[in-house]
Design a protein around this ligand. Structure first.
Ligand SMILES: [Ca+2]
Length: 121
């Protein structure tokens, strides 16, 4: 009994230190995995007031992700999914105010949205 107790006293600090190191490593790993930040959607359009039929360039390439993640692009025009490329031309066939929305999403599914209103005459 005394022998076992001595062994415990001898190895307990080492075991405790090892457990602390493992616990700290696991916590740091979870924190680093959790440290994803949402991307930032940016629309650059060649014009916001156009004549009907006049093409406008929509460019989402100024969008970014603070973590350097790959981002995907989803454009909608008046609520209808339109395009998944970062850049495209579009011309509105009828007059009115139209919302063009860019949604960018990073690899972890975090997203950001920007909207521009186009006045078509
Ligand atoms: Ca991110």
């Amino acid at each position: 009994m005394r022998f076992r107790s001595n062994i415990l006293k001898r190895f307990l600090p080492g075991i405790f230190t090892s457990l602390m190191i493992i616990t700290t490593t696991v916590i740091l790993l979870f924190l680093s995995l959790d440290a994803n930040t949402e991307p930032d959607a940016r629309i650059t359009s060649s014009s916001e007031t156009v004549e009907r039929g006049e093409p406008i360039l929509f460019d989402g390439r100024n969008s970014s992700d603070p973590d350097g993640d790959e981002i995907t692009f989803l454009w909608t025009i008046n609520g209808t999914m339109f395009h998944m490329e970062p850049v495209f031309f579009y011309s509105f066939p009828t007059p009115g105010n139209f919302s063009v929305v860019l949604r960018v999403e990073d690899e972890a599914g975090l997203s950001d949205v920007e909207t521009v209103i186009i006045d078509v005459r």
